[in-house]
Design a protein around this ligand. Structure first.
Ligand SMILES: *Cc1c(COP(=O)(O)O)cnc(C)c1O
Length: 385
């Protein structure tokens, strides 16, 4: 088995657990995206919720990408880390008045509206503050993303977006309002999507809806197809960069843009997942009756994806090159779901060995908690270690 490249010598002086970010890989990924969208009417917004570490945000902002935010604090953080307001989209089913005002006060690019009552709230607040709010309708396209049900967002049973039956009322509201400006349509069908045909279904639906609107004399400058491109969690060393070429090619094929139309994307996971690893030390190797447990000093409070979504992460012992043995890799937190992997093949391990839990750059550090009064994990970067 090939292993990832880690400066293990340098890790010895650091307190574990921590997130380690390979900044070369992050830049390689950002370069790959930039190459695909250059010269096209495509604008990519990075979804901050995947990883909001300021170093990572500044790097992504420096490439000229926009931001996709799902809370008022994410908007403030994006601004703080160099994303211009003119490239910030704001989504979320539960935007509070306070958060909407943050968007209005800062003159963000667009509110992706997810319900009629939200639209009324934005209208009222925009009128109170003398603003015109640019809005895109987040429409639930009822397209199956073929991913874990906790990260599927585009089905009628999900809480996200307006249903098609809401659209006549939405149009009516906007036409009557002096403080809402309809600029686009928005979709987001889910995350960790590896079956690209789901995006094809989305395109077909988007074209259908666009025709429906155009029959009513409405055209859009903005089409926003959201994010969701998956990465290869099983082979982080073979496939470190997501297949952006195939992804963007699909949209170019199935969505013909009208003149003056821009196509927007909101990618989170595929930008940052591969470059991050959670590094832990082995606290104990414990012989169970039927299996061997490797207990790390990292737990579900540092990386909750396996416990929350039954997510898979490739795991390596980066201190050992002895023969392979099978371990259940678990954390110290008092929950039976605090398991990083079952029956994992690792080089024979002992107390103190460093364990790398790979592809943890997205929905890792951002979801860390202090459960069990644990400290939040720190972060280190390959170019400033
Ligand atoms: C989470 C989210 C994204 C990013 O999804 P990824 O799977 O990380 O690419 C994009 N848009 C919206 C509205 C989101 O909620």
């Amino acid at each position: 088995m090939i292993k990832g490249q880690f400066p293990v010598e340098k890790f010895h002086s650091l307190e574990t657990p921590f997130y380690y970010y390979d900044m070369d890989l992050l830049r390689q990924t950002l370069d790959a995206v930039k190459k695909e969208v250059e010269g096209k009417n495509y604008i990519v917004h990075y979804a901050l919720k995947a990883n909001a570490n300021p170093r990572i945000l500044r790097e992504i902002a420096s490439y000229g990408f926009g931001a996709d935010c799902v809370s008022g604090n994410e908007i403030l953080k994006a601004l703080d880390c160099g994303f211009p307001a003119s490239k910030i989209a704001f989504a979320g089913v539960g935007k509070t008045d306070k958060e909407i005002k943050i968007g209005l006060d800062n003159g963000i690019f667009c509110f992706n509206v997810e319900s009629l009552p939200e639209m009324e709230a934005i209208d009222r607040l925009a009128s109170e503050t003398g603003n015109v709010a640019p809005v895109a309708l987040r429409i639930n396209p009822n397209v199956d993303a073929h991913t874990h049900r906790y990260i599927t967002t585009g089905l009628e049973e999900n809480k996200f977006g307006l249903n098609e039956s809401d659209l006549p009322k939405a149009i009516d509201l906007i036409e009557k309002s002096k403080h809402l400006k309809l600029i686009g349509m928005h979709f987001h069908i889910g995350s960790q999507i590896t079956d690209l045909s789901s995006f094809e279904d989305l395109c077909v639906k988007a074209v259908e809806l666009q025709n429906w609107f155009s029959q009513r004399g409405i055209s859009f400058e903005v089409l926003n197809v959201g994010g969701g491109l998956g990465i290869n969690y099983h082979h982080p060393n073979h496939c470190p960069v997501a297949d952006f070429e195939a992804y963007f090619r699909l949209f170019a094929k199935y969505l013909k843009l009208q003149e003056n139309q821009t196509l927007h994307f909101e990618l989170g996971r595929s930008f940052v997942a591969p470059c991050g690893s959670l590094i832990a030390r082995t606290t104990y190797v414990k012989e169970g009756t039927t299996k061997k447990f490797l207990i790390t000093d990292a737990g579900m409070s540092d990386l909750i994806r396996p416990a929350l979504y039954q997510a898979f992460h490739h795991i390596e012992n980066i201190s050992s090159d002895k023969e392979y043995e099978t371990y259940d890799v678990v954390g110290p937190v008092c929950e039976s779901s605090d398991v990083f992997g079952e029956a994992v093949l690792l080089n024979q391990s002992r107390r103190g060995d460093f364990i790398a839990i790979r592809s943890a750059g997205a929905y890792g550090e951002t979801m860390a908690s202090m459960y069990n009064c644990r400290a939040l994990p720190r972060s280190y970067f390959s170019d400033s270690l």
